[in-house]
Design a protein around this ligand. Structure first.
Ligand code: IMP
Ligand code: MG
Length: 172
């Protein structure tokens, strides 16, 4: 597998979209001091830019969500540091890199709901709706893409390519 030379989504397009998302979220959450909850590791770069595009008071936290069972995502998702997250009564915005089958985000939202947030929203940089297994739709989406495996801007293939400034397709 290798990284496509030409980006699927250039850095400038990402920057413009993230800035628009930040303004939209800033308007929707003005005065509510939302908790942006980034899903490690993939969403870290997106969250860093998104938070700076939101011109309102907000707080940041991170959660690590890992789907179990080798290379199969199963929907049983292990969360680390879920106990530390002060979610009760907060307006929580889960920030994800990509929604693929929807299993990870579905399980994470279900778990977070048990912790009693005032509201819960899902913001994903990328959405692959054609791959969906669990019925879930992001409240805020950066880009909807075809069924490609993509890397860059936080997304990895085997731990690599998160630092690419643009989104690229992995090709055989
Ligand atoms: P889901 O549980 O199938 O929705 O998978 C979500 C997780 O799988 C994402 O948070 C990513 O970490 C990973 N993933 C899914 N598709 C891609 C991709 O195209 N590139 C990199 N990671 C991906
Ligand atoms: Mg992820």
């Amino acid at each position: 597998m290798r990284v496509s030379e030409c980006p699927l989504i250039p850095a400038a397009s990402i920057a413009a979209r993230v800035s628009a998302l930040g303004m939209k979220l800033g308007g929707d959450y003005d005065g509510r001091r939302p908790l942006l909850l980034g899903v490690l590791k993939g969403a870290s770069l997106f969250l860093a830019d998104l938070a700076r595009a939101m011109p309102i008071d907000l707080e940041l936290d991170f959660v690590h969500a890992r789907s179990y069972a080798g290379d199969r995502s199963t929907g049983s998702v292990a969360l680390s540091r879920a106990e530390d997250m002060a979610v009760r009564g907060r307006d929580v915005i889960v920030v994800e890199d990509i929604i693929d089958t929807g299993r990870t985000a579905g399980a994470l939202l279900e778990r977070l709901r048990e912790l009693g947030p005032a509201s819960l929203a899902l913001c994903a940089l990328l959405d692959k709706p054609s791959r969906r297994v669990v019925e879930i739709e992001p409240d805020y989406t950066g880009f909807s893409i075809e069924d490609h495996f993509v890397v860059g801007y936080g997304l990895d293939y085997d731990g690599l390519h998160r630092n690419l400034p643009a989104i690229h397709v992995m090709e055989p």
